[in-house]
Design a protein around this ligand. Structure first.
Ligand code: ADP
Length: 659
C-alpha cells in the first residue's frame, strides 16, 4: 500500500493530488524549484524537497533530481500529475529502476501512445476509426505532398511527437504545402527534437470530444463518459464540459466502447483519455468520430468527470497503483447532471491570449460547495511565474442540467476575485453565457467566430470605479486600522474611515491616474459635508455598468478595481516619482510588501536628499529601508511606528525640489 507519496508537479494539480492523498492518510512530499519555494503546493505538503532552479528542464523535468528526492524521502510512489514528466517513458523506467511505483501506466503504454503516428497505426489495427490521413514512416516531402493531395485539401500537418498544438499547420491548397511542411518541421524539431509529421484531413467543423478511461492490472477497463473540449484558442482547451452537449445515449455508448477498445488494445492500466475529433458539420456531437490521440495521464479537465460521476479520480489512480481492482464495474458508473470547467489564465484575450504573468494582489475564491469547486495553487500575494504555464485556477460548476451548470459557473466566475495580472475571467463569463454556447452550438472555431462578442472594447471608465479607487487610496493613507481593512480587500465605508488623514489636501488635491493610454485627472476636496470628487478631464463615463460593487486592491501605485469578474487597472501617477523617474532615479514611497513600520525618520516639512532613509519597515523578519527617490520636501507622513501596513500602501508623500 502506498503510504508515502511524492507529487512530481506544482500548482493546482499538485495541490489537488495532495488533498486526496491526505484524505486517504498518505504522507505527501512536494517538490519545488527556487521560484516555488513558498508556493501553496509546498506549504500544504507534509514534507518538501527542492529539486532545482526555475527552468523546468532543471527542476520539474529533471528525472534524476525527482528520483533522488523520492529516494531521499523514502516514498513508495510518485504521482506525476499532468504535463512535465507525466507521459515520459524514460521517467517511468527510472522509477522502476529505483523500485518506486509510478502512479500511471507502464512505460510501454506511454511509448505506444506517445507518438501520434505510431499510436494511429496501433489504433487502426484495433479497428478504432481514424481521421483519413497518412501516418507512415516515409517522410519524403514529395510523398507527403502526394498523400495530402490524395486526402484532399484543406489538410492538416501535425508533428508526430506533438503536443500543445505545436508543429501543427493547416494547408488550404497544394501551392502552400511545401512552405507549411517546412514550417511544421522547423517548429517540431525545435519543440520536440523530432521533425516527423503526419498528414490528416482537416475537418472544418470539428468538435473535440474525449473519453475518460480507467484500467487496472487485472485486465478490467471501463470508461467514465465523455468530455467536450471544443472551446479552444490556439488549439488549446479553455472550457470543457461533460457530457457532450447534444450527444445521444446511443452515440455515448458507441464512443465509450471505442475508447475502451483503444485502451484494451494496449493493455492499459491507470487513468487515460482517448481524444476523438468529431465531424460536427451535419450531426453535431453525433457526427462521425475519429481517434486523435491518447493521453496516458490525468487530464487538466478531469474535475468535470468527477462531478458527473461523483468519483475521485486521483483516489482511483492510487488504488490502481496499489494493485487493487477498479472500484466499480461499467454498469455501476452512472452519469448525473452536467458539469463545466473554465480555465482561468493570466492572459490577455484582447491581445490574442498572450500570457501575462504577474503578481496576484488578491485571490479570493468562494468556498467549494457540493456543486462548485475552484482548483488552484495560487494565493493572494503569489506570483504567476514566467517559467511555467500561466493557468491560475480551474473554475468548475455542476448542475442538474446544462443550463443550471452554466448559471452556476457564471455566478462562480462573477464571485471569484483575482486582482493583479490581466486574466481571461470576464472572457470566460461572456463565453459561457453567449447565446451560441448556451444553445450548444459549438465547434473548435467558436472562439474565433465570436471573438467580437467575447472581447468587446471598453468605452470609458465604469461609473463608480474612480470613487472606489479614490476611497481606497484615502483608506490606505489613513490610520493603520483603515489600512488593515483595505488589505482585507473590501473598503466598505472608506469615506468615514479616513479621519486619520490630516495632510495638505483639505484645500484640494489633484490626483492623476492612467487608465491604459488614457489620462484621468480628478480634484479631491473636503468640506463640512465630507469628501467630494470632481473630474477635471473629458473622459467619458461608462454608464452601462451598474453602480457600485467595486472592490479595490492596491499594489504600489496600481489600483485594481474588481467587480463581477471584470478588472480595471488604474495606475496612479505620482508627480514626484514621475519627475525623479524622468531624471533616471528610481524608488517609490509605497510599502513593497505587507509589514510593520518600525521607525519613521522624517516629518512633514523636512527637506531630504536622494537616497536618505525616510522610514523603516519590518517584513518577514527583515528590515527594509524606504528611501527618498530624489531630493525633495516631505509633504505628508501617513504612518507612525508600530502601524501595520498592507502591501502597496503609500507611506509618505514627497514633493520634488523646485516643483
Ligand atoms: P496536440 O497534441 O498538439 O494538442 P491534437 O492532435 O490533440 O494536438 O489536436 C489539438 C486540436 O487541434 C484538437 O483539439 C482540434 O481542435 C484540432 N485538430 C486536430 N486534428 C484536427 C483535424 N484533423 N481537423 C481539424 N482540427 C483538428
Amino acid at each position: 500500500m502506498i503510504q508515502r507519496l511524492l507529487i512530481a508537479n506544482r500548482g493546482e494539480i499538485a495541490v489537488r493530488i495532495a488533498l486526496t492523498a491526505q484524505r486517504l492518510g498518505i504522507h505527501t512530499v512536494a517538490v519545488y524549484s527556487d521560484t516555488d519555494a513558498r508556493a501553496m503546493h509546498v506549504a500544504m505538503a507534509d514534507e518538501a524537497v527542492r529539486i532545482g532552479p526555475d527552468a523546468a528542464a532543471e527542476s520539474y523535468l529533471n528525472i534524476e533530481a525527482v528520483v533522488a528526492a523520492a529516494r531521499a524521502t523514502r516514498v513508495d510512489a510518485i504521482h506525476p500529475g499532468y504535463g512535465f514528466l507525466s507521459e515520459n517513458a524514460d521517467f517511468a523506467d527510472a522509477c522502476d529502476a529505483a523500485g518506486i511505483r509510478l502512479v500511471g501506466p507502464s512505460a510501454d503504454a506511454m511509448r505506444a501512445m506517445g507518438d501520434k503516428a505510431a499510436s494511429k497505426y496501433l489504433m487502426s489495427r484495433a479497428e478504432v476509426p481514424l481521421v483519413p490521413g497518412y501516418h507512415g514512416a516515409d517522410q519524403e516531402p514529395e510523398l507527403l505532398a502526394e498523400k495530402a493531395a490524395e486526402i484532399g485539401y484543406p489538410a492538416l500537418i501535425k508533428a508526430s511527437a506533438g503536443g500543445g498544438g505545436r508543429g501543427m499547420r493547416i494547408v488550404e491548397d497544394a501551392d502552400d504545402f511545401d512552405e507549411a511542411l517546412a514550417a511544421a518541421k522547423r517548429e517540431a524539431s525545435g519543440a520536440f527534437g523530432d521533425d516527423r509529421v503526419l498528414i490528416e484531413k482537416y475537418l472544418t467543423t470539428p468538435r473535440h470530444i474525449e473519453v475518460q478511461v480507467f484500467g487496472d492490472d487485472h485486465g478490467n477497463i471501463v470508461h467514465l463518459f465523455e468530455r467536450d473540449c471544443s472551446l479552444q484558442r490556439r488549439y488549446q482547451k479553455l472550457i470543457e464540459e461533460a457530457p457532450a452537449p447534444g450527444m445521444t445515449e446511443v452515440r455515448r455508448a458507441e464512443i465509450g466502447a471505442a475508447a475502451v477498445a483503444a485502451a484494451r488494445a494496449i493493455g492499459y492500466s491507470g487513468a487515460g483519455t482517448i481524444e476523438f475529433i468529431v465531424d460536427a458539420s451535419e450531426e453535431g456531437a453525433n457526427g462521425p468520430f475519429y481517434f486523435m490521440e491518447m493521453n496516458t495521464r490525468l487530464q487538466v479537465e478531469h474535475p468535470v468527470t468527477e462531478f458527473i460521476t461523483g468519483l475521485d479520480m486521483v483516489e482511483w489512480q492510487l488504488r490502481i497503483a496499489n494493485g487493487q481492482p477498479l472500484p466499480l464495474a461499467q454498469d455501476d458508473i452512472a452519469l448525473s447532471g452536467h458539469a463545466i470547467e473554465g480555465r482561468l489564465y493570466a492572459e490577455d484575450p484582447a491581445r490574442d491570449f498572450l500570457p501575462s504573468p504577474g503578481h496576484v494582489v488578491a485571490f479570493d475564491a468562494p468556498e467549494p460547495t457540493a456543486a462548485t469547486r475552484i482548483d488552484t495553487g495560487v494565493r493572494s500575494g503569489d506570483d504567476i511565474a514566467v517559467s511555467y504555464d500561466p493557468m491560475i485556477a480551474k473554475v468548475i460548476a455542476h448542475g442538474a442540467d446544462r443550463d443550471s451548470a452554466i448559471a452556476a459557473l457564471d455566478r462562480l466566475l462573477s464571485e471569484l476575485v483575482c486582482a493583479g495580472p490581466t486574466t481571461n475571467q470576464a472572457f470566460l463569463r461572456r463565453a459561457v453565457t453567449h447565446p451560441a454556447f448556451v444553445s450548444g452550438d459549438l465547434d473548435t472555431g467558436f472562439i474565433a467566430r465570436h471573438i467580437a462578442d467575447l472581447v468587446p472594447p471598453r468605452v470609458g471608465l465604469p461609473r463608480d470605479v474612480l470613487s472606489a479607487v479614490t476611497a481606497c487610496l484615502l483608506a490606505v493613507r489613513g490610520e493603520a486600522a483603515a489600512a488593515r481593512a483595505a488589505s482585507q480587500g473590501e473598503v466598505n465605508s472608506p469615506w468615514a474611515a479616513t479621519d486619520g488623514w490630516r495632510a495638505n489636501i483639505d484645500s484640494g488635491e489633484t490626483l492623476r491616474f492612467q487608465d491604459g493610454e488614457t489620462n484621468i485627472t480628478v480634484q479631491l476636496a473636503r468640506d463640512a459635508a465630507g469628501w467630494s470628487l470632481m473630474r477635471t478631464d473629458q473622459v467619458p463615463i461608462d454608464v452601462t455598468h451598474g453602480a457600485g460593487g467595486w472592490s479595490v486592491h492596491v499594489s504600489g501605485n496600481s489600483f485594481l478595481a474588481v467587480a463581477g469578474g471584470e478588472q480595471i487597472r488604474l495606475e496612479r501617477v505620482v508627480e514626484v516619482e514621475e519627475a525623479f523617474a524622468r531624471a533616471g532615479d528610481s524608488g517609490g514611497l509605497n510599502a513593497p510588501m505587507p509589514g510593520k513600520v518600525v521607525r519613521v525618520m522624517a516629518t512633514e516639512g523636512d527637506r531630504v536628499t536622494r537616497g536618505q532613509t525616510l522610514l523603516v519597515l519590518e517584513a518577514m523578519k527583515m528590515e527594509h529601508a524606504i528611501t527618498a527617490p530624489g531630493d525633495g520636501t516631505v509633504a505628508a507622513v501617513f504612518f507612525a511606528a508600530g502601524d501595520q501596513v498592507s502591501e502597496g500602501a503609500e507611506l509618505l508623500q514627497l514633493e520634488a525640489m523646485g516643483d
